[in-house]
Design a protein around this ligand. Structure first.
Ligand code: GRF
Length: 209
């Protein structure tokens, strides 16, 4: 059987991408990382991907503007289809995706979000968690559908919020968990385990102590 072809989409430093590529190389996953795509030509993660011999491509969103988002998304879809991509892993890809994109890859797009969804969808999650005074915080991996950060959960990892936390210290503690959780979920999904992840309560098998 041929291995599924995976694309990772990034906008910046790409530390989650790197964690996934490191784990895949260590453990010999049954998939091919066929493409790393960025909307930002200056994304640091593009250099990391190229160093590892993975094809990279930049699809700049700026010529399209917000009004022509569906046209930009059609360009993304075309690019991913040209590379025969089966699974799309969003790893800090800072664009909101329109239905043009999500409908082209139903239940084939994963995202990591830095909060315990459904708490704190959207931006500034660590600041908002501190403002809300929650006792715990964390990250979630979910399937992407047409809702904002609202698709079915595949796994979560939890960290305590400490009295002296700042948004930065909390973000750093959550990021450590992202780098454990996301590779574990991607590995499970490319190995054919999506039905099991969907049938279990979020994070049941992947939650960190
Ligand atoms: C991560 O915090 C991720 O949860 C969010 O964007 C950030 C990306 O960081 N979606 P990196 O580019 O993977 O280092």
């Amino acid at each position: 059987m041929t291995h599924p072809r995976v694309a990772i989409l990034i906008s910046g430093r790409g530390s989650n991408m790197t964690a996934i590529l490191d784990a895949a190389a260590r453990e010999d996953w049954p998939c091919t990382f066929a493409l790393v795509l960025s909307n930002n030509a200056d994304a640091r993660g593009l250099i990391t991907a190229a160093e590892r011999g993975i094809s990279t491509v930049v699809c700049d969103h700026r010529p399209y503007g917000r009004a022509r988002r569906p046209e930009y998304d059609a360009e993304l879809v075309r690019t991913l289809q040209e590379h025969a991509i089966d699974w799309i892993v969003l790893a800090g890809f800072m664009r909101i995706l329109s239905p043009v994109f999500t409908r082209a890859f139903p239940r084939r797009i994963l995202n990591i979000h830095p909060s315990l969804l459904p708490r704190f969808p959207g931006l500034r999650t660590h600041e908002r968690a501190l403002e809300a005074g929650v006792a715990d915080h964390g990250c979630s991996v979910h399937l992407v559908d047409e809702s904002l950060d609202g698709g079915p959960l595949l796994g979560q990892a939890r960290v305590p919020v400490l009295p002296a936390d700042t948004p930065e210290s909390l973000a750093a503690r959550v990021l450590v968990q992202e780098h454990i959780l996301y590779p574990a979920v991607v590995r499970a999904v490319v190995s054919g385990d999506l039905p099991r992840l969907l049938s279990e309560p979020a994070g049941a098998s992947l939650d960190q102590p």
